[in-house]
Design a protein around this ligand. Sequence first.
Ligand SMILES: [Zn+2]
Length: 395
Amino acid sequence: MQITITTDLNNNANLIRSEAVSNGRKLRHFFGDPLVNDDSSFKHGNEMILIPNSTQHYWTWQVRNPINTYNATFYIGDYAHWHDTLHGEKGVLDLDFYPLKYNMAKAKKHWAVTKDMLRCFEYWMGPYPFYEDGYKLVEAPYLGMEHQSAVAYGNEYKMGYRGKDRSGTGVGLSFDFIIVHESGHEWFGNNITARDVADNWLHEGFTSYSETLFAEWIKGKDSAFAYTTGKWALIKNDRPLIGDYGVHKEGSGDIYEKGAAVVHMIRLMINNDSTFRQLLRGLNRDFYHKIVTSKEVEEYISRFVGRDLKAFFDVYLRSTNIPTLTCTTVVKDRKIHFEWKDANPLFKAPIAISRDAGKTYKILQSPDEMTYDTYLVRRDLRVKAVGLYKVEEKQ
Ligand SMILES: [Zn+2]
């Protein structure tokens, strides 16, 4: 991408200090007229070349990886800049930070989390997918956007989402929502991209779950689970997550939080964090720089967990139904019978049994019944929803 700024753009004689930033890497920046210069003028790499009597600035940025059209962007501003590196899974990743100059001190402190966040994301989801293009965080006049390798930042240097916690638990105030969410898209959205916007839950659901993974990294699992389930209150169930194919129509705004709930339920179905991590890493490896459909990802996950999850995905992605789990206790047999209502007969979702004031006793993979141990008293056992469904208990 070539960006040209005329010196009279804002009648500011100091414009020469402005910087144009885009995706990928800066190849050259010069002040002059490209028509009277040949490429030999640009041999100074990143150095600005000053050509007297010219009125324009030119920057050339180059992206080496495939990029979605909506991710191609440029920023022009009076930026400060610092460089850092992450010794990551694929080698040395260049990190470049561009806050506006007057926010430099704030940014140095507030953006310091980025390195640890990228480490967390590499741990859970695999190597950062665009080493060749580096990672940049760039201040922008809007809230944020996942522009590939040049993430837009406009969260006012506040924690949470503009200083608020979307989960209502307080956990969301322990990180900057925009840095985390928009960077999470580098894996889900930018590396793995939906073929049709109707399948954008693949972008927003998994990326919203990346917030949970980072919450877990810094605050532990209990806080992270509280964060993720806290956001379920935002789910509207107005329309299915999957929109209309072929007409550029996204599904419901629930692609964020209900989408993340789908990912969370898959995690509980797997019920083993290192295996769940292998699933996220496997998706990013096997669909590396690829365009996919929701069906392909659903089938991949079914194969991975070794169980056909079609009925599960159909309920949560293609309908607005919320199933009910009916639990009927037969005390004399020490048994609880489970039955799903308002769902395909093949529907299954993980359930939790808790005792002793809510502490989880075990996670069950949607059994037909369970027998409880003789030392347990039924009234001390609770069947807890750990997914998007209601629980109805009958004695
Ligand atoms: Zn997003």
